[in-house]
Design a protein around this ligand. Structure first.
Ligand code: SAM
Length: 393
C-alpha cells in the first residue's frame, strides 16, 4: 500500500530535519486528491497522542540514561471526549501502525524536537497542502501549529536518524550552520554519506581501531559504533565547543564515556597523555587532535587501522594541515600496516577538490574515488556532489 510508505518517508525526513523541498509533496498532494478524508495527514501528524498529553503517559519506556529506547505506548488520553481510555491490545497495535508515519507528535520528536522554525515551516506546508483539497478543516493541524508558534526559538535543536537495525541516532546540534566560529556544530551531508557507506561496508570497521578526523558533533562515528562493531573508535576534533557537544552526543546515544576514558592528545608542552580505560566494546575515545600541531609520536600511539573523515576539505589552508598530518601518519608507523583512509567530501568548489588531489599527488599519497552508492538510508536522494576518496598512505 502506498500510504504507509509515504507516511514513513515523511517521518524519516522530518525527524532528521531534512530540507522541506526533499519531501515527497507531489505524492502527498496526489494522495489528498484521491482520498480527501485527511487520513494520511492525520497519520503524518499523528493525532492519536494529544499534543497536551504528557509524554510519560504515552510511553512505557522512553529514554533511560540518555539512551533512546524502544517506544511502546501503554495508554493514551482522548481529550476531545474528556475521558481517559485504557488502551486495548487492538488499539495499541493500531497505534504502533500509526507511529510508523507520525512526525511532529512522534515520541522521538516530542522528546528531541527539530528546531521550532523547522517544525513551524513543516506544519505550515502541511496545512497549505490540506487547504488545497476539498477536505474538512483539520483542527489538529491548527492546534499543533498554535502550540509551536507559542514556543521560543532556540539556538539548539535535535535531529534523529533511523539506522537499518531500527535503532536511532539522536544528535543535539546548533541551529546555525556556523556558530562559535566553527562549522563543526552541525551535521553535514558528507557525514551522512560516509555513514551510509560504512554501514554497507561494515567489514572495513569490524573489530578494528578507527580514528575519525574532524568528527564534529559525531554522527558518522556514532552510526559506525552502533552498526559496524569497531574494536576502538577514536573521535577527534580541535575545537573546544565541538568537543563538548561531541561528548554530549556520544552520551545521549547511550555510550559511556567516563572522564578517565577521555583521552586528551596533548601537545608536547602539555606533558604525558592520559591512558584510556577498557570498559566497553567498542571502546570510545574523544581526542583533542589538531592536524597542525599533532606530533608523530602522538599519532603512532593511536595505532589506527582505519582513518575516516567527513567534510574536512573545504579550505586550502586546512588541506595543507590535513595532508601534513597524513604524511606524518605514513612516515611513522613503526613497521605496522598502513591504515586504510576514507575521506568523504561535498564538492562545493571543484577547485578546492582538485587542489586536494594535486597536493596528494605532490606528496606521493595515492587516491581513488569510491564508486557512488545509493544514498537510501539517511540522504534519501541522489547527491551528485558528495563523494568518498580512498587514500593510500
Ligand atoms: C565541516 S565540519 C565537518 C564535521 C563533521 N565531520 C561532519 O561532516 O558533519 C569540519 C570539522 O573539521 C574540524 N577541523 C577543522 N580544522 C581542523 C584541524 N586543524 N584539526 C582538527 N579538526 C579540524 C572542525 O572543528 C569541524 O568540526
Amino acid at each position: 500500500m502506498a500510504q504507509p510508505e509515504l507516511g514513513l518517508r515523511f517521518q524519516r525526513r522530518f525527524l532528521a530535519a531534512r530540507q522541506l523541498r526533499s519531501f515527497p509533496w507531489p505524492e502527498l498532494e496526489q494522495n489528498l486528491r484521491t482520498a480527501p478524508d485527511s487520513a494520511l495527514l492525520v497519520d503524518i501528524l499523528h493525532k492519536q497522542v494529544s499534543r497536551a498529553a504528557p509524554a510519560s503517559l504515552t510511553l512505557e519506556k522512553e529514554v533511560t540514561q540518555g539512551t533512546v529506547g524502544v517506544h511502546r505506548p501503554v495508554r493514551c488520553l482522548n481529550f476531545a471526549r474528556g475521558q481517559e481510555i485504557a488502551t486495548t491490545a487492538a488499539n495499541q497495535k493500531n497505534r504502533e501502525e500509526k507511529s510508523k508515519a507520525e512526525t511532529i507528535l512522534h515520541p522521538l520528536c516530542v522528546k528531541y524536537p527539530p528546531s521550532t522554525k523547522y517544525r513551524r515551516c513543516f506544519l505550515t506546508e502541511l496545512i497549505k497542502k490540506h487547504e488545497s483539497t476539498a477536505a474538512e478543516p483539520l483542527d489538529e493541524l491548527y492546534d499543533t501549529l498554535a502550540d509551536i508558534l507559542n514556543e521560543e526559538e532556540s539556538t539548539h535543536c535535535y535531529k534523529n536518524y533511523f539506522l537499518p537495525t531500527g535503532e536511532s541516532v539522536t544528535l543535539s546540534e546548533s541551529v546555525a550552520i556556523i556558530s562559535g566560529g566553527t562549522t563543526g556544530l552541525v551535521t553535514w551531508d558528507a557525514a551522512l554519506h560516509l555513514a551510509e557507506w560504512a554501514i554497507e561496508n561494515s567489514a572495513v570497521f569490524s573489530n578494528r581501531t578507527v580514528l575519525e578526523l574532524g568528527s564534529g558533533i559525531g554522527f558518522t562515528g556514532i552510526a559506525i559504533c552502533k552498526t559496524c562493531n569497531p574494536k576502538t573508535y577514536i573521535f577527534s576534533d580541535y575545537h573546544p565547543c565541538v568537543l563538548k557537544q561531541l561528548t554530549e552526543n556520544i552520551r545521549l546515544n547511550g555510550f559511556v564515556l567516563e572522564p578517565e576514558t577521555t583521552c586528551r592528545i596533548q601537545t608536547e608542552s602539555q606533558g604525558q597523555e592520559a591512558e584510556a580505560t577498557d570498559y566497553q566494546k567498542p571502546k570510545l575515545i574523544v581526542a583533542e587532535l589538531d592536524w597542525g600541531s599533532v606530533t608523530e609520536k602522538q599519532l603512532l600511539d593511536l595505532q589506527p587501522d582505519v582513518i575516516v573523515a567527513a567534510d574536512v576539505v573545504y579550505d586550502p589552508e586546512i588541506i595543507l594541515a590535513l595532508i601534513g598530518m597524513l604524511q606524518k601518519l605514513s612516515t611513522f608507523r613503526a613497521g605496522r600496516k598502513p591504515p586504510e583512509v576514507y575521506i568523504a567530501f561535498t564538492i562545493r568548489n571543484p577547485d578546492t577538490y582538485h587542489l586536494f588531489q594535486d597536493e596528494l599527488d605532490k606528496v606521493g599519497i595515492g587516491w581513488q574515488i569510491i564508486p557512488a552508492h545509493s544514498n537510501s538510508i539517511f540522504l534519501y536522494d541522489v547527491q551528485p556532489n558528495v563523494t568518498i576518496l580512498q587514500l593510500f598512505i
